[in-house]
Design a protein around this ligand. Sequence first.
Ligand SMILES: *Cc1c(COP(=O)(O)O)cnc(C)c1O
Length: 232
Amino acid sequence: MTRENSNISENIDAIRTRILTAAAKSGRDPQSIKIIGVSKAVDVERIKEAYNCGITDFGENRVQELCEKYDIVNMECNWHLIGHLQTNKVKYILDKVSLIHSLDTIELAAEIHKRAQKDDRQIDALVQVNVAAEDTKFGISPDEAADFIKEVSGMGNIRIKGLMTIAPMVPNPAEIRWVFAKLRKLLIDIKQENIDNVNMDYLSMGMSNDFEIAIEEGSNMVRIGTSLFGKR
Ligand SMILES: *Cc1c(COP(=O)(O)O)cnc(C)c1O
């Protein structure tokens, strides 16, 4: 594997500096912004290295990879499922994940609720919103998000904690600032509805290419892979 920069500790320092700058620019508290180290395709030794540099939260987009690493890494870290979740894989992860970022259908929510109820667990989840309406991406449309959340709010073993989006890949991330602004506005609108069993605490948006702009628009969870671990 070739990497532009394989020094994880230096990479993390650089990310923290970029977060400070973006937070300062928008008058936000940098401490309120959580880094999710996206560890897909990254081996366990490097995950441990990042953990030793203070990264406590890791994101995987595949269930199998998350389960394998969960067993091997064996640290006091939090695992996030950030990729599409198939209903038939729910059962493998409920005892492992701190937060599911990709809740996107009622069928999936029903399965999570049913399994979680059986195990007497509460599962925290973010609703994935396909803000830019890309055919290639999963997620609820912004117009349907509030009704979707109201329906899920009746499922007592799921706690909705906020919204997540993946912005389109563009060379100049300033072009997609509107995507982040729109998700933030949606979060505020839904918060104002005061739906039972629903908290709009987290706005999971921003990746290596665009996290500064996402922070300027209110993100408090940035999912960073390449800038942290190097090229996959
Ligand atoms: C891979 C991935 C990321 C991280 O992407 P980078 O560009 O490497 O920072 C973030 N979110 C999701 C959902 C991903 O699949």
